[in-house]
Design a binder for this molecule. Structure first.
Ligand code: BT5
Length: 338
């Protein structure tokens, strides 16, 4: 592991270390001699031993069997870029993945990388965030080693007014990924929450750099409570919250979840660029927790009450007030009025 600027630690797996893991994976449970590994990597047996030590430090359980060789017993439950990339077939999303052991906020790192010209589809992931960001300066609880905190850099050739539509992409991608990796039924709560059994398991924060008529880049920040345990939630949260593990009773493999999320996001993004927001809005609406419900929306000092009747192209929620008038809600916090 090497230091990344700004006191964040990146999980850096050397290409030769990764080659060793790939060789082990081709021979599941099998023993590979130091000589064979050295031959495949064109390095000495002493160098092989050093690489094995590095992998053990990262968390790979590798057994050394005297005069026979090495055997991979277990891989760590850590979000390692090479593990996520392995078998990932996407066009744009995840072409480059950076994984941090810890950082303050993946959105902040991604924003910096965006300013430095990082290519579209770059993904920043962290095991832990010391200052995970929610909307409006709120904080996102980000304990180590149990969840997913990720930020995706997009450079869509669109007008800045279209940027809020990308929240739909994230919410649909997270929901579809929960559907394919667990037996849970996710619901989307406008603008950016994904709920399971009425409890928040995921939140999204979009940030943008733009000029009047051009988006420079968008950062889509996605937090998913995957294996978070009850005692890891602080007592005072705005809404009831939970994790996929708590709701399903089964731990979820974070590497597989992340790979599935990036794959899903990639195909939604490709569809969005080709066909516009229509098909994604359909997907969003079919999972909406609010459609037909009477809600209260508060934003700063103002408040609106009405029945949710739809979603506008620009991401605004459409509600019908008591007088029958349709109102467009662009921002705010929603609560369901029973
Ligand atoms: C959000 O804000 O829901 C956006 C969360 C985005 C987090 C991701 S993680 C990766 C990327 N990098 C970042 O720095 N951020 C993004 P909002 O709707 O404002 O909800 C925030 C509120 O949810 C807080 O005020 C808490 O009450 C509650 N909360 C905090 N942590 C939570 C958690 N882990 N699970 C559920 N609720 C939480």
């Amino acid at each position: 592991m090497k230091e990344f600027p700004e006191q964040s630690t990146i999980i850096d797996v050397h290409s030769k270390d990764w080659k060793i893991i790939e060789l082990f994976r081709k021979k599941p449970g099998g023993i590979i001699s130091g000589e064979e590994l050295g031959g495949a990597l064109d390095i000495s047996r002493t160098a092989v031993w050093k690489h094995i030590r590095t992998l053990q430090e990262i968390g790979y359980q590798i057994e050394a069997l005297p005069s026979q060789g090495y055997r991979l017993l277990n891989s760590p439950d850590i979000l390692i870029a090479e593990e996520i990339s392995s078998g990932l077939v996407t066009g744009t999303i995840g072409r480059k993945i950076l994984c941090f052991k810890n950082t303050d906020s993946t959105n902040r790192i991604a924003f910096k990388l965006g300013e430095q010209g990082a290519e579209e589809g770059t993904v920043v992931i962290a095991e832990e965030q010391s200052r995970g960001k929610g909307r409006l300066g709120r904080q996102w609880e980000s304990p180590s080693g149990v969840n997913l905190y990720c930020s995706i850099i997009l450079r869509p050739p669109l007008m800045p007014v279209k940027a809020p539509q990308c929240t739909f992409l994230s919410a649909v991608a997270v929901s579809q990924t929960i559907e394919t990796t667990t037996t849970l039924i996710p619901r989307i709560k406008w603008p950016n929450d994904v709920l399971v059994n009425g409890m928040k398991v995921s939140g999204m924060l979009n940030e943008m750099s733009a000029e009047m008529e051009k988006i420079n880049f968008i950062i889509l920040g996605i937090g998913v409570n995957i294996n978070m345990r009850r005692e890891q939630f602080p007592p005072q949260l705005r809404h009831p919250a939970s994790s996929l593990f708590l709701e399903s009773g089964k731990p979820v493999n974070r590497i597989e979840f992340t790979r599935a999320l990036l794959t899903c996001f990639d195909s939604l993004y490709e569809s969005y660029l080709r066909k516009g927001i229509g098909p994604i809005r359909e997907q969003w609406l079919s999972r909406s927790a609010l459609t037909g419900r009477r809600i209260r929306v508060s934003f700063q000092e103002s408040e609106a009450v009405g029945i949710v009747v739809g979603l506008d192209d620009d991401g605004a929620l459409l509600i019908q007030g008591d007088g029958g008038k349709i109102e467009k809600i662009l921002a705010g916090d929603v609560s369901i009025v029973e």
